[in-house]
Design a protein around this ligand. Structure first.
Ligand code: DQA
Length: 143
């Protein structure tokens, strides 16, 4: 069972800067995640929060909740949240960081991820498909 976490402003997907993030809404992305999970033979649970602390708590509890891996798009928290970095480091589940846009092709501040060093790997710039590849990787680890 894989936990997919979406950080601040990702509830606005579809309406928010569609030239960067595409026209898929979060609800539609979540439907895609379910389909991909079924194809991969794994359950997927998707949660979004605009609050750093809530994301920290979900990461802290993921293992006891029975998840086997975490996919996270921390949104702008990627670039400054040491609390998220510490939360990922403090637990032992494999974590894949995903960004819809290519964070290296945008403003300079986005090119640095403070959370990435704690992740197994990072997928950036592949749009929604990035989540699919992250799920496939995590599913392969447990099969
Ligand atoms: C993002 C990139 C971040 O820089 C930005 O703050 C986001 C979305 C992405 O998915 O491309 O909110 O994580």
């Amino acid at each position: 069972m894989i936990l997919v976490l979406h950080g601040p402003n990702l509830n606005l997907l579809g309406k928010r800067e569609p030239e960067l993030y595409g026209t898929l809404t979060l609800e539609e992305l979540e439907e895609q995640l379910q389909t991909w999970g079924e194809e991969l033979g794994t359950r997927v649970e998707s949660r979004q929060s605009n609050h750093e602390g809530e994301l920290v708590e979900w990461i802290q509890r993921a293992e006891e909740e029975g998840f086997t891996g975490i996919v996270i798009n921390p949104g702008a928290l990627t670039h400054y949240s040491y609390a998220l970095l510490d939360a990922v480091r403090a637990q032992s589940l494999p974590v894949v960081e995903v960004h819809l846009s290519n964070i290296y092709a945008r403003e300079p501040f986005r090119a640095h991820s403070v959370t990435a060093p704690a992740a197994k790997g990072v997928i950036t710039g592949l749009g929604p498909l990035g989540y699919r590849y992250a799920l496939a990787y995590l599913a392969a680890l447990t099969s």
